[in-house]
Design a protein around this ligand. Structure first.
Ligand code: BEZ
Length: 237
C-alpha cells in the first residue's frame, strides 16, 4: 500500500453523534436509516466483500446469533461495496453450501446493504484508504434507540470480529443506561459495576463509609448488581 497517495478527506462519525442518515437498497428491501430503527438498538457493520472467507465466517456467526441480539432489542444491518445480486448470490451460497464450525443451512435474515456507490461507506468512515481504497474495513457502529452512536469498533480486513464481544458491548451499554453505572474491564452481567466519580470532598468521604460499596479508594468504588435484575431489565425474556 502506498502511504503517500493523497486521499479525499472524509469526516467520520464519532461516539455521541447522531447516526448519519441514508436511504439504501438491501437484501430485505429498502431502508431509511436510522428512522426505520427508532426504538431499537442497531449494530450497523461493514465487511470488505461478498464471497470472501473471513466475511463468510462472520455472517454465519452473526446470523446464528440474530435471535440473541433481537432478545436484547438489537437489530443487525450489514453493508459491503457490492451489488444486490452479488449479495443475494452469496447469501444463497452460504445457506446451500457452507458448513463451518457446526453451523450449516444458515439463513441471513437481517438486511445487507448494497453500496456500490460507496455513499454509505463514506458517510460512516468505512473506507480507510491506506487499508484498501475499494473495500470497506470491518467497522461496527452501535446505535441506540434514539439514533445516537454509542460505540464504534474498527477491525482490519484480515481480522474476523469477536461476536461475543459485540454482544457484551450491547449488554454493557444497556446496563449503563438502565442502572446509571459504568462497567469495568471484561464486565459481564452479574459482575460488580462501577459507580460514578465523587463530585465533592464530602461525597468522596461518604462513599468510603458506605457499607454497600466496595471502595478500593475514593475514586474507584464498585457495587453488586444482581445478574437477574440486570437481565430482567435489558433482555426481553
Ligand atoms: C475475507 O473476508 O476473507 C477477506 C476480505 C478481504 C481481504 C482479506 C480477507
Amino acid at each position: 500500500m502506498d502511504q503517500n497517495v493523497e486521499h479525499e478527506v472524509v469526516s467520520m462519525p464519532r461516539i455521541g453523534d447522531a447516526a448519519p442518515e441514508f436511504k439504501a437498497v438491501t437484501t430485505q428491501g429498502n431502508i431509511n436509516f436510522p428512522a426505520d430503527y427508532k426504538g431499537s438498538w442497531v449494530i450497523l457493520f461493514s465487511h470488505p466483500a461478498d464471497f470472501t472467507p473471513v466475511c463468510t465466517s462472520e455472517f454465519m456467526t452473526f446470523a446464528t446469533m440474530e435471535d440473541q441480539f433481537a432478545n436484547a432489542n438489537c437489530k443487525l444491518v450489514g453493508l459491503s461495496i457490492d451489488g444486490l445480486y452479488s449479495h443475494i448470490a452469496w447469501l444463497r451460497t452460504i445457506k446451500e453450501k457452507i458448513e463451518y464450525k457446526g453451523m450449516k443451512d444458515v439463513e441471513v435474515n437481517f438486511p445487507l446493504i448494497e453500496d456500490i456507490t460507496m455513499n454509505v461507506a463514506k458517510k460512516y468512515g468505512m473506507i480507510q484508504p491506506n487499508e484498501d481504497t475499494t473495500k470497506a474495513v470491518r467497522a461496527v457502529f452501535f446505535i441506540d434507540p434514539k439514533g445516537i452512536i454509542r460505540a464504534i469498533i474498527y477491525y482490519p480486513l484480515s481480522l474476523g470480529r469477536n461476536f461475543d464481544e459485540l454482544y457484551r458491548v450491547v449488554l454493557a451499554l444497556k446496563t449503563a443506561d438502565e442502572f446509571g453505572v459504568a462497567t469495568p474491564a471484561d464486565w459481564r452481567p452479574g459482575d460488580d459495576v462501577i459507580i460514578g466519580p465523587a463530585g465533592s470532598c464530602s461525597g468522596a468521604k461518604d462513599r468510603m463509609e458506605d457499607s454497600e460499596l466496595d471502595c478500593k479508594d475514593w475514586f474507584f468504588c464498585t457495587k453488586k448488581l444482581d445478574k437477574n435484575k440486570v437481565l430482567d431489565k435489558i433482555l426481553k425474556k
